[in-house]
Design a protein around this ligand. Structure first.
Ligand SMILES: [Zn+2]
Length: 500
């Protein structure tokens, strides 16, 4: 608890001091009584102490009042953020569990920590004053191991226990720059980088009563000094759990080399190039400076680790989906890097193979690249034994045609249409294009079965031994499917590999 009080005192002293504005912290010793030898100076020191304590109590009360006042607004914001919660309970539990393990035993009253992943490509993280912490899928995508994730969560815990929001709320109120902050902050968190479901969430947030409190807790309104303090906390909390906090530099390096300041994600603090470079240096300063006495012995004793090595087991599906989103942004280079990074964890995942095939198909320049694309797509079709992804068959067919195998293309496009019908009970929206392609590739007569016929026949046929009314054959190379009632051994997930 003592540490926390020190934090508040420093903040409080700093707030009312011109030295704070000048970027210098007032050391606690300033109100201590080192020179209290005479009774006069003793009296003065006592008075100063009393004054500081009164100011502290008053400010703590004011913080509480501000938070009370803002609670409804913060709740509305949290609700909107939860709408964008990444739909993967396995991943959510993993992140929450790691976060909870980092929370120090003494926390401010009224704070209950929770850790959640929200779906958004902009790399970001934020903490609400009551301890609700959110990390975007866009940031998680660039995290390579648990040590890095521990640092990120520890940083956000730091904002909460240092009560950084209090100063930010005051500033936002006094400077009346709320509009600008809301614009930048919300833009970064749920704004321009969003689509689909998140677009709706952006609307919900805009419709909620957004004011100074939410403006204050969005990342862009924290001062650089507060960010550095939170980084320091992140390092300390990670070390408490024996994670090698220096790992965070690798994450910042990756973010810095991926995003520029002019990038559309530049507004998100964790996506801003220049700031990420500074934070790499900041961690150097911390680990080589006042935290060296703590870091070096742990490091020398081999007590620090990157974590359990299990992270990709939880995040690789999310990274795949983020990579696919990046293809929509024409960032095929980034998509390729991300997909290759997780490919060994998802070697039997049709969607990963499809995405890799699409990347090679799009940015490949040589015949070898095109053959690689064909190979990936073919493997994707073969592995899609549950027929979950009809479009792999379509893209495989088009690739076959590009490489001169029009007969194979015809078969693949037919199986695309049939699989799509089976899955969605509708014709593919691009069926007219498909008929054009079939005609081009040499089949001018084949017709997709009428949907109502398929539905009626499928639902009136309870006998599983009777052949299905419509042959739905996977593309060319697929092995025949076993009958429905055959038990198959479950596919066991590949164990995650420990990174070197
Ligand atoms: Zn921060």
């Amino acid at each position: 608890m003592r540490k926390f009080i020190v934090g508040i005192v420093v903040l409080v002293v700093g707030l009312s001091s011109p030295a704070f504005a000048a970027g210098r912290m007032v050391p606690l010793a300033a109100v201590s009584s080192a020179d209290a030898q005479t009774s006069a100076s003793q009296d003065k020191a006592d008075k100063d102490r009393k004054k500081a304590a009164e100011r502290e109590a008053k400010d703590a009360k004011e913080d509480e009042r501000l938070l009370d006042e803002a609670q409804a607004e913060i709740d509305a914001f949290a609700l909107a953020l939860l709408e964008a919660k990444y739909d993967d309970p396995f991943l959510q539990e993993y992140v929450n569990e790691l976060g909870q393990s980092l929370v120090p035993s003494e926390t401010p009253a009224g704070v209950l920590f929770s850790f959640r992943v929200i779906e958004n490509r902009a790399p970001n993280a934020l903490a609400l004053p009551d301890g609700r912490i959110f990390v975007t899928s866009g940031l998680l995508t660039f995290i390579n191991n648990e040590a890095q994730l521990a640092f990120v969560l520890g940083h956000e815990i730091g904002h909460v226990i240092e009560r950084h929001y209090a100063r930010s709320i005051r500033e936002a109120k006094s400077r009346a720059r709320i509009g600008a902050i809301v614009g930048a902050g919300l833009g970064a968190i749920i704004g321009a980088a969003s689509k689909g479901k998140q677009g709706a969430v952006g609307g919900a947030v805009a419709g909620a009563a957004i004011g100074y409190a939410v403006a204050a807790v969005t990342m862009n309104s924290y001062s650089r000094q507060q960010e550095d303090e939170a980084d320091r906390r992140g390092v300390m909390l990670a070390l408490d759990r024996r994670f090698d906090a220096r790992e965070a530099q690798g994450m910042f390096q990756k973010l810095a080399s991926t995003f520029g300041d002019e990038d559309r994600f530049g507004n998100a603090l964790w996506g801003r190039h220049s700031r990420n470079v500074e934070r790499i240096e900041n961690i150097d300063r911390l680990l080589g400076g006042d935290l060296a006495a703590r870091y070096n012995p742990l490091r020398a004793a081999g007590e620090l680790s990157l974590g359990s090595g299990q992270m990709y087991l939880y995040t690789s599906a999310m990274i795949r989906d983020t990579a696919i989103d990046y293809m929509d942004d024409d960032r095929y280079d980034l998509a390729k890097t991300l997909l290759e990074q997780i490919s060994s964890y998802r070697a039997r995942d049709p969607k990963t193979l499809w995405a890799l095939g699409k990347v090679y198909k799009t940015i490949g320049r040589t015949a070898a690249d095109r053959n690689k694309a064909l190979d990936m797509l073919q493997q994707g079709v073969r592995l899609d034994e549950r027929n979950r992804y009809p479009y792999i068959r379509r893209d495989y067919g088009l690739m076959q045609a590009r490489l001169g195998n029009t007969a194979g293309a015809v078969e693949s496009l037919k199986s695309y249409i049939l699989n799509y019908q089976e899955l969605r009970l509708a014709d593919p929206t691009d069926i007219e294009n498909m008929y054009d392609y079939l005609l081009t590739f040499g089949d001018s007569t084949w017709k997709a079965p009428k949907l109502d016929t398929r539905i009626v026949m499928a639902s009136s046929d309870p006998d599983p031994t009777v052949a299905p009314p419509v042959p739905v054959s996977p593309a060319t190379s697929s092995p025949a499917k076993p009958p429905q009632n055959t038990l198959r051994p479950p596919t066991t997930p590949r164990p995650a590999q420990r990174r070197p």
